[in-house]
Design a protein around this ligand. Structure first.
Ligand SMILES: [Zn+2]
Length: 392
């Protein structure tokens, strides 16, 4: 069975394909929740989390609202973790049926999330519809200072290859305002599933195509959402371009781990990505990995899947990833990695800087203070000299 939700975000990726796999997933889940309680008191399981890939709005037959996110953020998870922030985009601008334009998508998003301090928004851009013109996005940012922390692009949904020149103005805008850009990334290779289904190589969102664009705008942080697919050589292709960009200082690439190794408790491709990024010729670059889920899409929304409720599925992916990291690294390394991937990297990327309108104001105030201080020194200096002269 092919999961409809997954068709949207990670082309044709099956999630919990059979009832038996759901049963074993449930079994694993139950076991792991028990394991997770053993870790209480440890930073890994009482940590802060930023989910860097979340949606509201229309997706297929569903319409997701703040309530779909509240189940994750209103109270701590069972293992003691707290979702500090969710980075949210409006899938009504991505869903090809009844798509909203950039302006209407913005209005709807604001209406849905209001001023919830735990929600940070990223603006969905549609260079296919605007022919690469950024006037709507510019207007949204101008009229809503500080509201958005980044831009979001879904090349596959737009059917606009990520290396197309129509993205360039948006990337210039991102560069000017220091905005990270989250790209849906997708399969580099066909994926053959049980039952003969073939998930095709993507024509629009392959990591190498996104990398080509990112190289033209090398200072813009570009996040490969879903790390290029959900496993094996597809995720490896994403890590390949990230490592290449680091070795050659040719772009600033990140990846989020939403849907990576999603149907197994073990997360071999996430661990492999960590190991490779930990050991680049430029040193430890594990700051390039972000935790994300794609909630409330698929198992993380509605009634959940196969008897596992969204809250439990959400908690499970966190516990699974953390346990996999703990098994692969020393306790100290694991704690540091968990803190980075689940919180610090996203905090640094999206929140710890830069030309937001607030910071712009701070810069202006700082400049004025400098000018005033200089004037004061000049006046005092003259007075002092005058006094000196008088004394002489
Ligand atoms: Zn998504």
């Amino acid at each position: 069975m092919i999961n409809q939700a997954a068709l949207f975000c990670i082309s044709d990726m099956p999630v919990c394909k059979t009832k038996s796999s759901a049963k074993s997933a449930n079994k694993i889940y139950t076991k792991e929740i028990a394991i997770s309680s053993n870790f209480s008191g440890n930073i890994s399981f009482k940590g802060k989390i930023i989910d860097s890939h979340v949606h509201v709005g229309k997706f297929g037959k569903e319409f997701y609202t703040q309530q779909d996110l509240d189940i994750f953020i209103k109270s701590p998870l069972r293992n003691g973790d707290t979702i500090e922030k969710m980075i949210v985009s409006n899938s009504s601008c991505i869903d090809t049926e009844g798509i909203l334009n950039e302006i209407d998508g913005h209005k709807q998003l604001i209406k849905i999330v209001g001023n919830n301090p735990k929600i940070a928004a990223i603006a969905v851009c549609q260079p296919n519809l605007t022919n690469g013109k950024t006037k709507f996005i510019e207007k949204i940012f101008k009229e809503n200072p500080g509201r958005y922390v980044g831009l979001k692009f879904h090349p596959r949904s737009m059917q606009l290859a990520a290396n197309d020149k129509r993205y360039d103005n948006y990337m210039r805008f991102a560069n000017k305002h220091k905005l990270p850009c989250l790209f849906h990334s997708d399969r580099t290779y066909d994926k053959h599933y049980e039952g003969g289904y073939v998930g095709k190589r993507c024509n629009y969102s392959r990591p190498e195509q996104i990398y080509e664009l990112a190289r033209r705008h090398k200072n813009v942080p570009v996040v490969l959402g879903h790390m290029g697919g959900n496993e094996g050589r597809n995720t490896k292709a994403a890590v390949d371009v990230i490592v290449d960009s680091i070795e050659n200082n040719s772009a600033t690439l990140y990846a989020d781990i939403s849907w990576v190794n999603c149907d197994t408790a073990e997360k071999p491709d996430i661990i492999e990505a960590i190991k490779r990024l930990k050991n680049t010729s430029q040193g430890d670059k594990t700051d390039r990995l972000l935790f994300g889920t794609d909630a409330p899409i698929g198992r993380f929304g509605g009634k959940g899947e196969f008897g596992i409720k969204p809250f439990d599925a959400y908690q499970k992916v966190i516990v699974d990833v953390k346990n996999s990291i703990r098994q692969a690294f020393s306790p100290e390394e694991a704690d540091a990695l968990i803190e980075k991937i689940f919180y610090k990297n996203a905090q640094d990327l999206f929140f710890s800087k830069k030309n937001t309108s607030l910071n712009l104001k701070t810069k202006i105030i700082a400049s004025c203070t400098t000018i005033l201080s200089a004037a004061l020194i000049l006046i005092c200096g003259k007075k002092h000299n005058k006094n000196n002269r008088t004394a002489v």
